[in-house]
Design a protein around this ligand. Structure first.
Ligand code: SF4
Length: 354
């Protein structure tokens, strides 16, 4: 499938491109010598500059021509919120067509590296009822350049280097499969974030999980499980009606065989919905004998003001203890940025509602 770049005017988008894509523009649109590719690639990715006037290894004439012909970056930072409780930063980016997407920058006390959570789509078609993004509905896929530009914008604004990336912002990344793969390739080769430091989170799209495995790219795969009971899962993750738990586990086995990467199961704990001791035992039973390594990450719900609630701390601890009896590693995700609408879709919803 051919990737399409968003072109709303005659300017050529120069952000978020691979070296090969930049080379094509240098040759076909500008008619310049091929060594200019390396220079421009350097300014964008090594020096993190989107200010063409400071690209001083190009002549003034060339810089002026470039400024008339290309645009960089593709995203405008509409809002940047910084948590007073921790160092979490939430970004709301405006795309060229006025759509809004979110990204979050997280740092953890016990680690000195930075993790960014980025979006793959505007809105999401899966429609999980507890998710703020699900309420936005699906608007469109992001281009690979728009995916990469989120990372570059954060690095530029914060003057930092992002170490880890998680595709857990707006959207189902595997519904935007080709652009995701193109973006990951440039993130590895140009931005310098290795596949082992990239996590793709999916609601469980079986055909795409298999395809992703076949690429043999050693990505981390996180699957939003949310229940080990098929009927409950169908209510929480509507796509589960199409892709049931049994077949999902077979696809994950295949993914592991292809990539040798451990699978993470994300389990959002919702009060009185999927947080009972029976639900914990069902989850333990499901993961105990799986023929691949896995980690269970429990996520006490970050309330978005709807009908769903966060379970009490004791309930979360009890749930964890029961699942741990399966012999699998279980973690509880720390809540970051609780004062800055850092749950997926919350910030975009806030602004869309205005
Ligand atoms: S939880 Fe993920 S898959 Fe479900 S609606 Fe939200 S963004 Fe989409």
């Amino acid at each position: 499938m051919q990737e399409t770049l968003i072109k709303t005017d005659k300017l050529i988008p120069l952000s978020g491109l691979s070296k090969r894509q930049i080379a094509k523009i240098i040759k076909e649109d500008l008619g310049w010598e091929s060594f200019r590719t390396e220079q421009i690639h350097n300014w964008i990715y090594v020096k993190s500059s989107n200010n063409i006037s400071e690209w001083t290894d190009l002549s003034l004439d060339k810089r002026q021509l470039l400024a008339e012909k290309v645009k960089i970056p593709l995203l405008k930072t509409a809002v940047r919120e910084i948590s007073k409780k921790d160092k979490t930063e939430k970004y709301l980016f405006e795309l060229e067509d006025g759509q809004l997407i979110e990204a979050v920058l997280m740092s953890f006390e016990d680690r000195d590296n930075l993790t960014a959570c980025i979006s793959s789509q505007v809105g999401c078609a899966i429609g999980c009822p507890f998710c703020a993004t699900g309420k936005l509905g699906f608007k469109r896929n992001l281009s690979s350049s728009e995916i990469i530009d989120q990372v570059m914008n954060i690095q530029r604004i914060k003057n930092c280097k992002i170490d880890n990336l998680v595709f857990m912002g707006q959207g189902e990344p595997l519904h935007n499969f080709q652009n995701l793969l193109t973006a990951i390739s440039t993130l590895r080769d140009s931005v310098g974030i290795g596949a082992r430091h990239i996590t793709v989170s999916t609601s469980g799209l079986i055909p795409q999980i298999k395809e992703l495995g076949k690429t043999k790219i050693p990505l981390n795969l996180a699957v939003s499980l949310h229940s080990a009971n098929q009927a409950v899962r169908e209510k929480l993750v509507p796509i589960a009606k199409q892709y049931n738990l049994f077949h999902l586990m077979l696809a994950l086995k295949e993914y592991f065989e292809n990539t040798n990467r451990r699978i993470t199961f994300e389990y959002t704990l919702l009060k009185d919905i999927n947080d009972s001791e029976e639900a914990a035992r069902a989850l333990g039973d499901l993961v105990r004998d799986l023929p691949f390594p896995c980690l269970i990450n429990l996520i006490p719900y970050n309330s978005t003001g709807g009908e769903f609630r966060r379970p009490d701390r004791e309930v979360v601890q009890r749930f964890k203890t029961i699942v741990e009896r399966s012999g699998r590693k279980v973690t509880v995700r720390v809540t970051l940025g609780s004062d800055i609408s850092a749950a997926c879709g919350q910030l975009a919803n806030k602004f869309n509602a205005q």
